[in-house]
Design a protein around this ligand. Structure first.
Ligand code: GDG
Length: 468
């Protein structure tokens, strides 16, 4: 089997991959171990130009090489903080109102992609299969092609692909889609994302796209597909169960004094609908006085991208809302919302999920949302909690056993909380089983293997220079 080269914005270190990293890193690492290969990308460090140009730092773990580079401050600002996270992220999550566009940042985004591609070329072998991840690296494949790389190359988009009317807001939208067409396989999380891409191809790029995912545009042929990212449910169930008896979890249980628990875990991001969620919980307490003092919402929200302006704003809003609602409904021995702006160990999260009666996962827009899946997998099958899920998470396609909500409908979410809290055991079990079936059918291994099977199936000679 040919080697695999994975390229992602951030590369987990070998120790992280084995320890606290989420399922995704573990899943990708599994594929790398099977075929041998390289995981290439940014180390997460901001360094001087001299250090950045010293070449990738290499760490070996069995048949897998971790190759990382640091980024100079200007590149970090333009590529990561700028175009990736202040333009692409908001627009792809349908938040044009929060997006800024700056030509220099876009130039920096392309420049860094080309620079990264140059660094990666030295690590490549002729029949390596290259798998590029996410919105930071859309032009990476095109940059490799420009250097004459003819390997099979695939791209997976972890976040939503917006409908063309939204995408047109990004001035260089055509260049971005053209870059995507340089890959052999482009993967999306849901049929809706794939359809939005096809729609752009047909209506704005004068190309063709078939229902089977055969796309022709910009003089290129590629395959698109839907590859639903998943988890390994049994591993999570195991982790959640093992944590049950550990001190931190017992402490939490004790501090709840028999109250019902609602769990929410999200990176602190405006796409996750945190403020709306807090308001829905407030509305629930307002309309259901019998529940005041009897139910607690634990919101864990580790900070991310805190140097991008809009992220500071969401943090302030959330702190304000938590304070306001707690001011209104707290008692001497009761705090309705426990809001933690910090990262917790993975096992702890899974055990807390298992202890809770509701998993409240209400993003305004989300590519998939793995927390929704982890919540279900962590439940005790004999007495499972209820997943309340936004219809705008990619996971909503599969998690049909969830109570589905529109995160803009505060009253609707508040009603769903009430319904979940009083749901009979038989219904909870039935909904849990429905969700578990899908988690098993589309687990992380299926995602990885189906994408790689399509990529490995591409004719390797496709991009070879024509002989005269
Ligand atoms: C992107 C897309 C898509 C969260 N807090 C802590 C922690 N987490 C873990 C969760 C979960 C992961 O991080 C978050 O994954 P999500 O899928 O929910 O969301 P994004 O980070 O936005 O991921 C998303 C995903 O890519 C995969 O394709 O589903 O739509 O936006 O695993 O458990 N882990 C630990 N401590 C925390 O405090 N250890």
């Amino acid at each position: 089997m040919s080697r695999l080269v994975v390229v992602s914005n951030r590369v987990a270190s070998p120790t992280e991959t084995k320890g606290s990293a989420g399922g995704l890193a573990v899943g990708v690492f599994g594929a790398l171990k099977d075929s041998g290969g390289v995981w290439f990308g940014w180390s997460g460090d901001v360094v001087s130009d001299t250090v950045a140009n010293q070449g990738p730092k290499l760490e070996q773990d069995g048949a897998v090489t971790f190759a990382t580079v640091g980024l100079p401050k200007k590149d970090y600002d333009q590529y990561y903080r700028g175009f990736s996270n202040a333009t692409l992220w908001p627009v792809f999550h349908y938040r044009n109102d929060l997006a800024v566009y700056d030509r220099e940042e876009y130039a920096g985004y392309r420049r860094v992609n080309s620079w990264l591609a140059h660094r990666a070329i030295k690590l490549l072998q002729p029949d390596d299969v290259i798998w590029v991840h996410d919105y930071h690296l859309i032009p990476f494949g095109e940059a490799l092609r420009a250097e004459g790389v003819t390997n099979r190359m695939g791209f997976f988009l972890h976040i939503p692909f917006p409908s063309p009317q939204i995408l047109l807001n990004i001035p260089p939208h055509e260049e971005l889609v053209k870059s995507l067409c340089c890959y052999d396989v482009v993967g999306f999380q849901t049929p809706g994302d794939q359809a939005a891409f096809h729609d752009y191809i047909v209506r704005h790029a004068h190309g063709t796209a078939s229902a089977e995912g055969h796309v022709e545009a910009f003089g290129r042929k590629l395959k698109t597909g839907v590859y639903r990212i998943g988890i390994f449910p049994d591993e999570i169930a195991e982790q959640a169960k093992r944590g049950e008896a550990r001190q931190d979890v017992m402490d939490l249980k004790q501090s709840l004094e028999g109250r019902k628990l609602i769990m929410s875990v999200d990176r602190l991001d405006y796409s996750k609908g945190l403020v709306e969620r807090f308001k829905a919980f407030e509305h629930f307490l307002e309309k259901s006085p019998e529940w005041r003092g009897n139910v607690t919402l634990v919101q864990i929200a580790p900070p991310t991208r805190s140097d991008v302006d809009t992220y500071q704003q969401i943090r302030h809003n959330l702190e304000y809302e938590a304070g306001r609602i707690n001011g209104r409904y707290s008692g001497l021995d009761y705090t309705p919302i426990r809001y933690m702006n910090q990262r917790y160990d993975r096992w702890k999260l899974m055990s807390l999920f298992r202890e809770s009666q509701i998993g409240l996962v209400t993003p305004l827009r989300d590519g998939m949302n793995l927390v929704a899946k982890e919540y279900v997998a962590a439940q005790n099958p004999d007495d499972p909690g209820v997943l309340v899920l936004s219809q705008f998470a990619g996971a909503a396609d599969e998690m049909t056993g969830a109570l589905m909500v529109n995160p803009h409908d505060i009253v609707g979410m508040s009603e769903a909380i009430g319904r979940a809290l009083s749901m009979p055991l038989a219904e909870r079990r039935e909904r849990y089983e429905t969700n578990m079936k899908m988690l098993r059918k589309y687990d992380l291994g299926v995602w990885r293997d189906s994408f790689l099977a399509d990529l490995r199936g591409v004719d390797q000679g496709k991009h070879a220079p024509q002989k005269r």
